[in-house]
Design a protein around this ligand. Structure first.
Ligand SMILES: Nc1ncnc2c1ncn2[C@@H]1O[C@H](COP(=O)(O)OS(=O)(=O)O)[C@@H](OP(=O)(O)O)[C@H]1O
Ligand SMILES: Nc1ncnc2c1ncn2[C@@H]1O[C@H](COP(=O)(O)OP(=O)(O)O)[C@@H](O)[C@H]1O
Length: 231
């Protein structure tokens, strides 16, 4: 017996067809997967795009790395301080920034975005998602969706590290550089932790060159070309 059979779970088919969901919401669900360094502009772009989409009558929702790490993917300390987890539980379920924890962070959010998009929403995810294999796995989750493949649009926010570091909106680059100088390190993406750039993203946007409004316009143009938004 395989591992999967051993768990004795069976898929329970729904009766609502994807066309019915599309007719109800007057749109096709999709995931827009923003990836890039801290401070590259993922959240700014995603939030600005969400606003325009809603104004245009589209159901859209941003899943933001920082925000999701307060809840679904909270770290051990937050789980103990705000959810009453014991230290053992918090260590078991909490996610920090090791390669394994980032992998699980992205796996969960790949699944959640897929559910949102399958329900008919435009899911906008804003996570560093530094590992190519983890982003590819999220794409695969969408491609192999039970009710039919879901569009997965990878948007590489390619802003150079020196620009991100100059912005340093949360002071984390400075902290990371100081930690490295002190010989401790912080495992901060781009400083002393890897970022693997996408090989073949659907879109690339450098916010060092384009304004937020221009970036949003580029994404809308792409979505319109795929029939995913009202022109
Ligand atoms: N070590 C380390 N490396 C990178 N980022 C760090 C780290 N520690 C904390 N932060 C803050 O967490 C935000 C990134 O969370 P993500 O869930 O998007 O990261 S990941 O996809 O799991 O790599 C990231 O937010 P953004 O700046 O919005 O990207 C940082 O504010
Ligand atoms: N063209 C632009 N697009 C997006 N953000 C920009 C742009 N120009 C400057 N910024 C600034 O860069 C910072 C990007 O931060 P944020 O959106 O939180 O990035 P990330 O989510 O990738 O960490 C913000 O302070 C934002 O105001």
């Amino acid at each position: 017996m395989s591992e999967i059979q051993a768990t004795k779970i069976t898929w329970h088919e729904g009766t609502v067809r994807p066309e019915e969901r599309r007719a109800l919401l007057k749109q096709t669900g999709a995931t827009l997967w923003f990836t890039g360094l801290s401070g590259s502009g993922k959240s700014t772009l995603a939030v600005a795009l969400e606003q325009v989409l809603i104004q245009r009558g589209h159901a859209a929702y941003v899943l933001d790395g920082d925000n999701i790490r307060f809840g679904l993917n909270a770290g051990p300390k937050i789980l103990m301080d705000t959810r009453g987890y014991s230290e053992t539980q918090a260590k078991r379920f909490g996610l920090a920034f090791s390669a394994e924890d980032r992998e699980e962070n992205i796996r969960r959010i790949g699944e959640v975005a897929k559910l949102f998009a399958d329900s008919g929403l435009l899911a906008l995810t804003s996570f560093i998602s530094p590992y190519r294999k983890d982003r590819d796995a999220a794409r695969k989750i969408h491609e192999s969706n039970k009710a039919g493949a879901i569009p997965f649009i990878e948007i590489y926010v390619s802003t150079a590290i020196d620009v991100c570091e100059q912005r340093d909106p949360k002071g984390l680059y400075k902290q990371a550089r100081d930690a490295v100088a002190a010989g401790k390190g912080m495992g901060f993406t781009g400083v002393d932790d890897p970022y693997e750039a996408p090989v073949n993203p659907e879109l690339t946007i450098d916010t060092g060159k384009y304004s937020t409004a221009e970036g949003v316009a580029m994404i809308l143009e792409y979505l319109a070309s795929k029939g995913l938004v009202n022109a």
